[in-house]
Design a protein around this ligand. Structure first.
Ligand code: ADP
Length: 329
């Protein structure tokens, strides 16, 4: 039944008649209530949107502030990282120049330090240059069918003396007959070098590094494992961010740029691969680079196996590395 909102007598002509005005099936109160509900809903949505926007803006600002802070720390760390090797190089070069060495052994030690420190400088500068190219989207890769194991062996060979001098024991296990992958040699070498360098820098008493290259599913797995300080699980993702350095828990005195792993991740992803980590504080870390192998159907022919003799002899000349027996042979 319709409720009349307004009732008027139709007098004086129709005295006994009344005119009623109302809505059909509703009332002004009901309409007002529904309008009120609608407005309330709209206000609610608007407030929610506003709140979400505020949270997003706040988060963006916090992130920006953290980035600015990280950049400041980065600049101070990099300055330190540049200054230390340079002053060491200058000091020992001057000592040598002035002939202030007692014997050839001492001179040799000084040359060794100069060599080590200049390598450290090269690594840092390469990382910074690479990072700026990556940031500008100008990092280019030249991929070619390559044996990943060869690249890894080369890196370890070039680093071997430094590892031995620092008291590290290294072990390399390479599975023979590995298929090839599309690899930019220089870039992969840099990624492996960054991992090995981290393994050295973040190890304390247990100076042992294990590097292995083997097939895992459809990927070539390059593993770099240490028995160093380790990384808490909560940090496993963040350490791959640019400038990020672990500062909680086992606070390390090692200076660094916080770029090494960000570059590793970028390089590996450019190879359509991925990098994984297994690590726990005090238990060491294991970083694994997974690179997809070239599938026979992708190149229209069977992937050429790596000449096992070449790896074995290269590995042997690298100074007694283990070449793991392929369990399938
Ligand atoms: P950097 O070593 O210059 O600080 P990286 O990007 O290479 O930068 O590493 C980021 C952080 O991850 C390091 O500061 C360190 O805290 C942690 N980290 C990397 N590799 C290791 C490792 N092998 N063992 C323990 N911590 C590591």
């Amino acid at each position: 039944m319709t409720r009349h909102e307004l009732k008027l007598p139709l007098s004086p002509v129709f005295r006994q008649w009344k005119m009623g005005i109302g809505y059909r099936n509703t009332t002004i109160e009901a309409l007002a209530a529904s309008q009120f509900r609608q407005n309330l809903l709209l206000i609610g949505v608007a407030i929610t949107l506003l709140g979400a926007g505020l949270i997003l803006a706040l988060r963006a600002t916090t992130r920006e502030m953290k980035l600015v802070e990280a950049k400041t720390i980065f600049v101070s760390n990099v300055s330190h990282e540049l200054k230390t090797p340079l002053s060491l190089i200058r000091l020992f070069a001057e000592t040598l120049e002035l002939g202030r060495v007692r014997n050839s052994e001492e001179a040799h030690e000084y040359y060794r330090i100069i060599n080590r420190e200049s390598r450290r400088l090269t690594r840092l500068i390469n990382n910074i240059l690479d990072f700026s190219r990556i940031e500008a989207g100008r990092r280019q890769y030249q991929f070619a069918k390559t044996a990943a194991a060869e690249v890894v062996i080369e890196v370890l060979q070039s680093y071997e003396r430094q590892m031995t001098n620092a008291g590290f024991e290294s072990q390399m296990n390479i599975q023979p007959d590995l298929p090839l992958a599309m690899i930019d040699r220089e870039a992969l070498a840099q990624a492996v070098l960054n991992l090995v360098d981290n393994a050295i820098r973040y190890s304390e008493q247990a100076k042992k590094i294990e590097v292995s290259v083997h097939l895992r599913g459809g990927d070539i797995a390059i593993e770099v494992a240490d028995q160093g300080i380790g990384i808490p699980k909560a940090e496993h993702q963040r350490i791959f961010e640019k400038f990020y350095r672990v500062s909680t828990g086992l606070v390390h005195d090692t200076k660094g740029s916080g770029l090494g792993l960000a570059i590793v991740k970028h390089i590996v992803e450019a190879h359509r691969g991925r990098v994984t980590i297994e690590s726990a504080p005090g238990k060491g870390s294991r970083f694994t680079i997974l690179l997809p192998i070239i599938r026979p159907e992708a190149i229209g022919a069977a992937a050429e196996p790596l000449n096992p003799g070449a790896v074995t002899s290269a590995a042997r000349s690298a100074g007694g590395y283990n070449v793991a027996e392929n369990p399938h042979h």
